[in-house]
Design a protein around this ligand. Structure first.
Ligand SMILES: [Zn+2]
Length: 247
């Protein structure tokens, strides 16, 4: 179901026995905090990804409701698993193209806004600064490990998803969101140079719509904190205003 026309690569293409699942519940309403304006966050340096025509460039026109909808007779968590696999694969490919410009020198921090640098939580639960390439490599390899773990992402029809699956996929979603946030914030010019902005915008809008629909995304993670807003939080607001995404 990827709009890239790719089949979900192995191993997620295997069919699974359907299990009972609750239908996805509607996403909770966003907290009534007003979103800051682009001017308030960026001053006179409004980034290109929030500017016309780039902010509105898309491969997928209209709403995402149809492509995120749970297909009939498909297990909801199976649907979530297949889509996360696709988001990861597509984002990883974009990142692969941008590794030349995302270096230790260009990106000594995992920046995602004028005053926001994500910290990585290491094995000792300590928050440490990593360069963006190191941070993203850590995200991608940890997500790959999770996707490859049969106990978390089972591919056998006899095996059900572990009860901790919803919690795990939320953590995956949060980290993938951070990768999107950095690539938009730090490398959108390179994306424009590749003329990939319609592709990248559609991938991100699909990711946001899906995350909201299946409650994998926290609004606080998209917006950030008042004094450290996430740059792409404003893109999310803009797409909601334009009717591309549901509020
Ligand atoms: Zn970078």
């Amino acid at each position: 179901m990827s709009f890239f026309g790719r089949k979900p690569s192995a191993p997620r293409s295997k069919s699974r026995t359907r299990t009972k699942e609750p239908s996805p519940s509607p996403s909770p309403a966003a907290p009534p905090l007003p979103a800051p304006s682009a001017e308030a966050v960026f001053g006179a340096n409004k980034p290109l990804y929030l500017s016309r025509p780039f902010a509105d460039a898309a491969l997928v026109k209209g709403k995402f409701k149809t492509i995120i909808q749970l297909p009939p007779y498909v297990d909801m968590w199976e649907w979530v698993a297949v889509n996360i696999f696709d988001f990861y694969t597509n984002l990883n490919e974009f990142y692969g193209v941008l590794t030349e410009v995302c270096t230790q020198q260009s990106c000594p921090t995992m920046s995602a806004g004028p005053s926001l640098n994500y910290l990585w939580t290491n094995q000792d639960k300590k928050q440490i600064n990593l360069s963006a390439p190191n941070y993203i490599d850590s995200v991608m390899s940890s997500v790959q490990t999770i996707l490859d773990d049969e106990n978390i992402f089972p591919t056998k029809s006899s095996q059900n998803f572990h009860p901790s699956f919803p919690h795990t996929v939320k953590l995956v979603y949060r980290q993938l969101l951070r990768v999107f946030a950095h690539l938009y914030h730090a490398h959108y010019e390179a994306i424009l140079h590749l003329r990939s902005e319609p592709h990248f915008n559609s991938l991100f809008a699909h990711f946001l719509a899906f995350g909201k629909e299946y409650e994998l995304l926290e609004v606080a993670d998209i917006r950030g904190e008042a004094d450290r807003p996430v740059g792409v939080g404003l893109l999310w607001e803009r797409w909601k205003e334009a009717g591309i995404l549901d509020s």
